[in-house]
Design a protein around this ligand. Structure first.
Ligand SMILES: Cc1cc2nc3c(=O)[nH]c(=O)nc-3n(C[C@H](O)[C@H](O)[C@H](O)COP(=O)(O)OP(=O)(O)OC[C@H]3O[C@@H](n4cnc5c(N)ncnc54)[C@H](O)[C@@H]3O)c2cc1C
Length: 453
């Protein structure tokens, strides 16, 4: 979560502007941090225009924003509460980051059961978007590894939620976008490891058929993900690198990770990112792996978190920011949908690198509003270019809908209400669980429901 320096709690200045990781949109909001599990709802009594708990602001669009309302950062609630080395179950406050959990867990021979492509997200944020990782086939999404958590509502009620206790609230809160209440503490089942190392393989592919062949051939490998070139057409259309990894079984180092040293210190000018620079980047990335097939052993950091090595890399997209388009299309239409959408993106000439292609497995998500579903998932960033990016995103959203897929709310700044309500037809059922004090700019945008206490 980025903000300007003014704190409205201590000055009479206008509320500061907030932006998420995509840096679009930017909205005014008041700020009331939650530092103790007992802070909510007391500290926000009297708040007008609603409130929303937020973690580290690593969502891309407006799911962690509330224009004109009150944001409640939870990162002050970041204490470890308990750890059972027999079961691997960790109990911690919801504002702790996955980076902090790893610092504790790795030296003790444990790792996260599921991790997104950045470790700078909180436990609360990981549950609220039911995040997924490279092991979706084997492990499902984050909520599948959460035995229970506490949910606090604005009426002061506190619920312990698990698959058997307050099960409806458990399901609504996993993937519930922070709207059902504040998660104060969480239990998470960690998995054992014997080394920081990952046995890695990278295999070049040309086209979606080769990608699918590799997916079938390596379906027993725990972590799989691909980078795909979305800028190329012709013989290079949908070329990519299929990446596989397993935790090394050879006992080795189990140390903490040093802090990253690289940072993007300022906004790049808008022209730095265009079709030519993106094509060059993609070509270099594809040929960086000189051989068709490589095998190496690498540290888990570059395998899971290659982007975390450069802090504030989102500034590389300039002041206007970026948005991400991320779909999951079921197997029935996954291949034709992916080819058609990749063609549309390549044809648009709108610069985008860092495109990730992956298969989602069959493990059902426990969340009512969770994004993953079995099929193909594609995620790619677009710089915000006035008059160009949003018309393209609307077309891509409509295509996703035609192919029976859905888009990911955590990355979105562009879904229309019609698209959202078609992707998540259960949204009205979910709305019953929304806390009347809590709302987000995302929820208002896609449902039109702007009611708050
Ligand atoms: C580089 C990068 C890579 C990423 N890779 C992936 C990926 O591979 N897979 C994936 O699924 N996602 C990925 N993401 C998205 C990211 O994992 C999610 O958006 C995540 O939810 C962000 O967590 P956060 O702590 O920053 O929460 P925020 O972005 O601040 O908030 C996210 C949501 O959580 C809610 N929330 C936060 N804390 C609480 C709480 N205590 N109680 C109730 N609700 C709460 C907020 O209201 C909001 O709706 C990536 C993001 C980045 C920047």
């Amino acid at each position: 979560m980025s903000e300007s320096v003014v704190d409205p709690q201590t000055t009479n200045a206008a509320p500061p502007l907030f932006e998420s990781w995509g840096r679009y949109p930017k909205y005014n909001a008041n700020l009331i941090p939650l530092n103790w599990q007992s802070d909510f709802p007391g500290v926000v009594a009297g708040v007008k225009n609603g409130a929303l708990p937020v973690g580290l602001g690593r969502s891309y669009g407006d799911v962690c924003l509330l224009d004109g309302g009150t944001l409640m950062p939870t990162t002050g609630m970041s204490r470890l509460l308990d750890f059972n080395p027999e079961t691997g179950v960790l109990t911690a406050e919801a504002g702790i980051s996955l980076a902090q959990v790893l610092d504790f867990a790795v030296p003790r021979g444990f790792f996260l059961p599921v991790t997104p492509g950045t470790k700078y997200v909180t436990l609360g944020g990981a549950i609220a978007n039911d995040v997924h990782g490279k092991n979706h086939d084997a492990a499902g999404s984050f909520g599948n590894h959460v035995p229970c958590f506490e949910l606090v509502r604005s009426d002061g009620s506190r619920r312990i939620c698990s698959p058997t206790q307050n099960a409806e609230w458990f399901a609504a809160t996993i993937g519930g976008m922070g709207l059902t209440g504040v998660i104060t503490w969480v239990q998470l089942r960690l998995r054992p490891i014997v080394s920081r190392k990952i046995d890695y393989e990278g295999i070049q592919f040309h086209g979606i058929d080769e990608f699918l062949d590799l997916k079938h051939r390596y379906q027993d490998v725990e972590y799989t993900v691909s980078w795909v070139d979305c800028a190329s057409t012709g013989k290079n259309f949908a070329r990519g690198v299929f990446m596989l990894g397993e935790h090394s079984k050879v006992p080795g180092e189990l140390t903490r990770t040093p802090e990253p040293k690289l940072s993007v210190p300022f906004d790049f000018p808008g022209f730095a990112l265009n079709h030519t620079t993106v094509s060059m980047f993609n070509s270099v990335f594809f040929h960086k792996q000189m051989k068709q097939h490589v095998r190496t052993v690498q540290d888990y950091e570059p395998f899971f978190y290659p982007l975390d090595a450069v802090l504030h890399w989102n500034r590389g997209y300039g002041k206007r920011g970026l948005t991400q388009f991320q779909y999951a299309i079921p197997w029935e239409h996954a291949k034709e949908g992916t080819i058609a959408i990749l063609r549309e993106i390549a044809k648009s000439g709108l610069a985008s690198f860092l495109a990730v292609l992956k298969a989602f497995g069959d493990v059902p998500s426990l969340g009512m509003m969770s994004f993953p579903q079995p099929g193909i998932m594609l995620a790619l960033d677009f710089p915000i270019k006035p008059g160009l990016t949003f018309p393209l995103l609307e077309r891509l959203g409509d295509m996703t809908r035609e192919f029976g897929g859905r888009l990911y709310s955590a990355k979105d700044a562009a879904m229309t209400p019609e698209q959202y309500q078609a992707f998540y037809p259960q949204w009205q059922d979910f709305a019953r669980f929304r806390d009347p004090l809590l709302n987000s700019s995302f929820w208002k945008r896609v449902t039109g429901d702007d009611s708050t206490l």
